[in-house]
Ligand binder design. Structure first.
Ligand SMILES: *[C@@H]1O[C@H](CO)[C@@H](O)[C@H](O)[C@H]1NC(C)=O
Ligand SMILES: *[C@@H]1O[C@H](CO)[C@@H](O)[C@H](O)[C@H]1NC(C)=O
Ligand SMILES: *[C@@H]1O[C@H](CO)[C@@H](O)[C@H](O)[C@H]1NC(C)=O
Ligand SMILES: *[C@@H]1O[C@H](CO)[C@@H](O)[C@H](O)[C@H]1NC(C)=O
Ligand SMILES: *[C@@H]1O[C@H](CO)[C@@H](O)[C@H](O)[C@H]1NC(C)=O
Ligand SMILES: *[C@@H]1O[C@H](CO)[C@@H](O)[C@H](O)[C@H]1NC(C)=O
Ligand SMILES: *[C@@H]1O[C@H](CO)[C@@H](O)[C@H](O)[C@H]1NC(C)=O
Ligand SMILES: *[C@@H]1O[C@H](CO)[C@@H](O)[C@H](O)[C@H]1NC(C)=O
Ligand SMILES: *[C@@H]1O[C@H](CO)[C@@H](O)[C@H](O)[C@H]1NC(C)=O
Length: 494
């Protein structure tokens, strides 16, 4: 047997110790066999329905700009400030009521055998087993909300675990959840994932009530008076693409009279079915164009009602943007290294607006769907979305001096800060970040109609409670209409 034949047989048998075993003596002899591509050539069209279910469906990373996720060479993260939306959940009672109306129309046709695209309806069952599940984190399937919280905690524990000392005695690290049942559930699971079994002894879960009496000392600030509702209040959830789906579905079932509102309801229901079951037969009932149209209805809502298209939202987001600036300038030694915060989608979109992330140059059009769309909700606030601010300690490099830098990461994609990306890995020096952000922030208190009797600043990151009493659920199920929580995690009296 020739040496070449022997080494080839060894490769085929999996007993070769050489990655480069197949080395014929001709040009290209350094070629590795098998021909695994170290750099994928598969940048296909990038379509995923997860980018077109708005904020209703499972988490997906943001389309990235291609900047590496790890800290730039010569830099280490010395402080982390994260805000995460609660993870995948069951629908609220409003949408669930709409689903029931539309499903009632379909089953009301008394059709005994469905065909074609609706054939699955002969077996399909609605996925909200009883009203107690409304609003809660999902617990089954590959996109289960509690799994998202735990898995994200585990991943961040691996990435940022150096920011706490597991060998310390009596360490207390605060976490912060807005006072809402599903948000707190996500925060607790994340903490268990991040800190492992040390969670119980180390974490002090702080519950920050969502009510307006908190003023600026809140993870969920909002304007007492929203004086910019003209566009938000008149959005229709209609696109002509939905009429095509209406005609197609009504043709399949004699007597069926769905309208475009029903199509919207069914698409929204499909998004939630993914959170619960992981798959939905309804996804394939609608075309790619119809999903893009559905996604755009969601983009318009976020943009005009809680994003940069509402003129007050930058002021709302300035609460977190400004307080995080103070933390970054305090640095890890003075105030702390880890700030893990949990709230809702519509609390994160104002922060992004305040920081100038994903702000389109022009308002989103109401009469057509733009391509490319700079405000795709699937990239911004899917379930479990999170904005991560990294404070970086960097050595000198040829392009930047030694010092402290800041990087913004939205849904695991590094987002260069507009107007300042001269630091290592397209980061911004803390000094420049501070002056750019503080010069641009509008005033929350005056814009949003608060007076001096309300808390004027976010202070809980500095004067948090150290009790570990609220790390776990200590009470029976809280009915969905009472999900707002007190400091103690009990149902708030509204
Ligand atoms: C974490 O858990 C380990 C093992 O129980 C223990 O030795 C260590 O002291 C704990 N760390 C803290 C900060 O509580
Ligand atoms: C740790 O906490 C326990 C109980 O709170 C206390 O008895 C003990 O003295 C503390 N140890 C240190 C080193 O602070
Ligand atoms: C809808 O638009 C009209 C005209 O701009 C405005 O007067 C009205 O207040 C808007 N509706 C809502 C609910 O904001
Ligand atoms: C669609 O039908 C429902 C009744 O099933 C109705 O409430 C809704 O207003 C209709 N939508 C439109 C746009 O006509
Ligand atoms: C910070 O701003 C100064 C003055 O505009 C500029 O010279 C410097 O390059 C900036 N540094 C970074 C890291 O952006
Ligand atoms: C930002 O926070 C500082 C305190 O850290 C405060 O003095 C300033 O007024 C705040 N600015 C805004 C716009 O809230
Ligand atoms: C209404 O909006 C304007 C512009 O953002 C702002 O200056 C004003 O303070 C707001 N007033 C109230 C009561 O929200
Ligand atoms: C602040 O506004 C509240 C109502 O939002 C009012 O009850 C209170 O008297 C006001 N306080 C001051 C100091 O103006
Ligand atoms: C700590 O808890 C008390 C009551 O339990 C509450 O009044 C206080 O505001 C809390 N502080 C923070 C920073 O959450």
């Amino acid at each position: 047997m020739s040496p070449l034949t022997a080494s080839l047989l060894a490769v085929l048998a999996g007993t070769s110790t050489l990655a480069t075993a197949y080395t014929p003596n001709r040009p290209g002899s350094q070629t590795r066999y098998p021909f695994a591509k170290p750099y994928s050539q598969d940048f296909l069209e990038g379509y995923s329905v997860l980018k077109h279910v708005g904020g209703q469906g499972p988490y997906a990373n943001r389309d990235s700009y291609g900047i590496g996720r790890d800290p730039p060479a010569g830099c280490a993260v010395d402080q982390l400030i994260m805000v995460k939306r609660h993870a995948e959940r069951w629908p609220g009672s409003g949408p669930a009521g709409s689903f029931a109306v539309t499903l009632g129309k379909i089953y009301g046709t008394k059709k005994t055998r469905f065909t074609d695209e609706l054939e699955f309806l002969n077996r399909w069952q609605y996925f909200v087993p009883d009203p107690n599940y409304i609003e809660m984190e999902t617990i089954n399937g590959p996109y289960a909300g509690l799994l998202d919280g735990y898995k994200h905690g585990v991943e961040y524990g691996a990435r940022y675990g150096h920011l706490w000392d597991a060998t310390a005695t009596n360490a207390t690290i605060p976490m912060f959840s807005s006072g809402y049942e599903r948000v707190l559930m996500t925060a607790r699971k994340f903490g268990e994932g991040f800190f492992g079994w040390n969670y119980t002894d180390v974490v002090a879960m702080n519950i920050v009530p969502e009510q307006s009496y908190m003023g600026a000392n809140s993870l969920t600030p909002s304007c007492l008076v929203d004086n910019d509702t003209a566009t938000c209040g008149n959005l229709t959830n209609y696109h002509p693409q939905f009429d095509i789906a209406v005609a197609r579905l009504n043709a399949l079932v004699p007597g069926l009279q769905l309208n475009h509102t029903d199509v919207y309801n069914l698409m929204q229901m499909a998004a939630f079915e993914l959170n619960v079951r992981g798959y939905s037969d309804w996804i394939d009932v609608f075309s790619l164009d119809e999903w893009v149209a559905f996604g755009y209805t969601q983009d318009l809502h976020y943009y005009y009602c809680s994003g940069p298209g509402d003129k007050n939202m930058r002021a709302v987001g300035s609460v977190y943007a400004n307080a995080s600036l103070a933390l970054l300038n305090d640095g890890p030694k003075k105030t702390g290294k880890l700030f893990l915060n949990f709230c809702h989608d519509t609390n994160i979109t104002p922060i992004l607006a305040a920081l100038g992330i994903s702000v389109p140059e022009e308002d989103l059009p109401l009469d057509h769907i733009p391509f490319p769309n700079a405000y795709n909700t699937g990239n911004i606030v899917p379930m479990g979305a999170h904005l991560t601010i990294e404070r970086l300690a960097c050595n000198a490099t040829p392009v930047a001096p030694e010092g402290t830098y800041v990087r913004l990461i939205l849904n695991e994609a590094v987002v260069p800060f507009t107007g300042c990306q001269d630091g290592p890995g397209f980061s911004c020096s803390l000094a420049n970040y501070t002056s750019l952000v503080s010069a641009s922030l509008p005033d929350f208190i005056s814009t949003c109609g608060y007076n001096s009797s309300y808390p004027q600043h976010l202070s809980f990151w500095w004067d948090y409670n150290t009790t570990k009493a609220y790390d776990y659920e200590t009470q029976p199920y809280i009915p969905s209409r009472e999900k707002q929580l007190t400091y103690q995690g009990t149902a708030a009296k509204l």
